[in-house]
Ligand binder design. Sequence first.
Ligand code: IMP
Ligand code: MG
Length: 177
Amino acid sequence: MSERIEVVFSEETVKERIREMGKQISAAYEGKELHLICVLRGGSFFMCELAKYITVPVSIDFMSVSSYGAGTESSGNIKINKDLDDPIAGKHVLVVEDIIDSGRTLSHLMELLESRRPESLALCTLLDKPERRVIEVDVDYIGFEIPDLFVVGYGLDYAQKYRNLPYIGKVCFDNIS
Ligand code: IMP
Ligand code: MG
């Protein structure tokens, strides 16, 4: 078995959509300061690009949680691998994630962050797979809705590969005989 990547959203399409999201978020937080929380590792490329198009004052922090092993199915509970460096109490917090699939990771993470009493808490994701949802999550900003596909690129990996692709692609498995 070997895998091949087919483009789903080109580099230009992704950049343009992130630019629009940046504008929308800037308007929503007009007059406020915004604290972005990047969910590592997948959210890193998206957050860096998004932050460039946000015009209100921004601060950033990083958190690493895991619910996925080497495969492609969520295990249902999250483990904090790296917590935030700064407190979020009283801040306008926007969580920046690469993709929402079953919703398990984010529903647990949002609950945890809410308990730390931010002034407001919202969620932004580059990709959303609504068909796969097992736990409901309120998503405030969505880059692209996609069907049940396994995608890589722009921060997203398959067994830690392909995060550096500048576009979003679909993983296709070819049988080599
Ligand atoms: P959830 O808990 O099922 O919503 O899982 C979300 C996490 O699973 C994401 O943050 C990704 O890290 C990973 N994930 C889900 N779908 C994909 C995919 O299509 N490609 C790469 N990673 C994925
Ligand atoms: Mg992720």
